[in-house]
Design a protein around this ligand. Structure first.
Ligand code: HEM
Length: 390
């Protein structure tokens, strides 16, 4: 992860300019989400696939990565219905050969990824990115792993043939899971900071002190060196977990106390409700980053807070997400403070059409206000940056 951070720093340098351009084009009032997703898309394609996707450039509206994101995350009744149907009756969904994502998206991504594999001669390079990682599988032809059997049964092995389709499908999941989740979380963090000036002031001070220490450079270590920033993000993830419900299938009959769970039953784990339950988080509707600091953090009961999932299928991108969210929030807040724009609701009114990630009916517009002394916090151009324009 640490070896990849320079790519995030390069993207942050470009993001610094993009924020200024968008703030001036929108008269300093805009929802943060789209702005940040252009940054996270650039991070994921650069660090994951070794490609400058140019989503922070001028032609972003027609950019194929922007289009790919829109195909999956734009709200529609049909997609919402499909998502809930698949969550409830996965067997029937796949029996009728349904796909959650449009085939045009799969075709587009297939062409793009196979061209990346081709450019690398279908072998891992020294970049050490996600494409190298999965090209390593190709050399083996088959991947063998453990089946999802019960912890009580003897471990069974299963094999999957490594085809281009298999590799491209993994890249697509990595891309989709990678940019939107971090953009959504960062924008809810900013929304809550806009409502809580005292928390925002504390964070701005932490960021300013950090940049003074580093001479306006960001490093991998920023994640550990900005504990209040991490707590602000953790608290936003508590109130707005990107997956409000996780689903698991019972693979072997089991009894939990007096409740018997039959094989094949689907369990819906209500992350959103657990994380807003007063039994586990006093005054649960209140945004209070301090819950995630020091002794208070130690008191959180295991499995009551799981925005990145839990168990063997825990999010594999958790550390990457922290890296890009930290870099993005530093870049934005070192120059701007945020406030709710006139007309922005103080509580989001959830759109029932949102099946994948929590999305409000009305845009959460923020006002970006230039901070005093920002000139002293301009990034130093990263060394050997290939994509930095100036
Ligand atoms: C704030 C950011 C993120 C949040 C809140 C988040 C949340 C989650 C959650 C809750 C799961 C588990 C789903 C389940 O229980 O079924 C998950 C899985 C996953 N996430 Fe993330 N994620 C984030 C960022 C990322 C990033 C940046 C990447 C890639 C770079 C990523 C890649 C994945 C993948 C591939 C899985 C599937 C893992 C598996 O099934 O074994 N995520 N994520």
């Amino acid at each position: 992860m640490k070896n990849m951070f320079h790519l995030i720093a390069d993207c942050s340098y470009a993001f610094e300019k993009l924020i200024d351009e968008e703030a001036s084009a929108s008269n300093s009032v805009m929802p943060a989400h789209q702005l940040i997703s252009r940054f996270t898309m650039a991070c994921i394609t650069s660090a994951g696939f070794g490609v400058d996707s140019e989503t922070m450039g001028e032609g972003y509206k027609t950019n194929p990565f922007t289009k790919a994101g829109e195909m999956v995350f734009t709200k529609s009744k049909k997609d919402t219905f499909k998502t809930y149907f698949r969550m409830t009756w996965p067997g029937i969904f796949y029996f009728f050969r349904q796909h959650r994502f449009p085939t045009t998206l799969m075709d587009m991504f297939y062409d793009f990824m196979t061209s990346v594999f081709e450019a690398r001669n279908h072998k891992p390079t020294s970049r050490n990115d996600f494409v190298d990682f999965i090209l390593g599988f190709k050399e083996k032809e088959f991947i063998t792993g453990e089946t999802l059997s019960s912890p009580k049964s003897p471990v069974e092995k299963t094999s999957v043939e490594v085809t281009d389709e298999f590799l491209v499908a993994n890249c697509l999941i990595f891309f989709l899971a990678g940019f939107e989740t971090s953009a959504t979380t960062s924008s809810y963090t900013l929304y809550e900071l806009a409502k809580h000036p005292e928390a925002q002031n504390k964070l701005l001070k932490e960021i300013d002190d950090y940049l003074e220490r580093t001479g306006n450079k960001i490093h991998y270590e920023s994640i550990a060196e900005l504990p209040y920033l991490q707590a602000c993000v953790d608290e936003a993830l508590r109130l707005y977990p990107v997956l409000g419900v996780s689903v698991r299938e019972v693979v072997e009959e089991v009894s939990l106390g007096s409740v018997r769970l039959d094989k094949g039953v689907l369990i819906h784990i209500p992350t959103y409700s657990l994380q807003r339950d007063a039994k586990y988080f006093p005054e649960p509707e209140k945004y209070r980053p301090e819950r995630f600091l020091g002794e208070e953090k130690q008191k959180i009961i295991p499995h009551t807070y799981m925005p990145f999932g839990d168990g063997p299928r825990l999010c594999i991108g958790m550390r990457f997400a922290r890296m890009q969210m930290t870099a993005g929030l530093i870049t934005l807040l070192k120059k701007y403070r945020v406030e709710l724009a006139p007309g922005t609701p103080t509580e989001p009114d959830w759109d029932p059409l949102t099946a994948l990630l929590p999305s409000p009916k009305k845009p959460l517009n923020l006002k970006f206000i230039v901070r005093e002394g920002w000139e002293n916090r301009v990034f130093v151009k990263p060394e050997n940056c290939k994509n930095c324009k100036s």
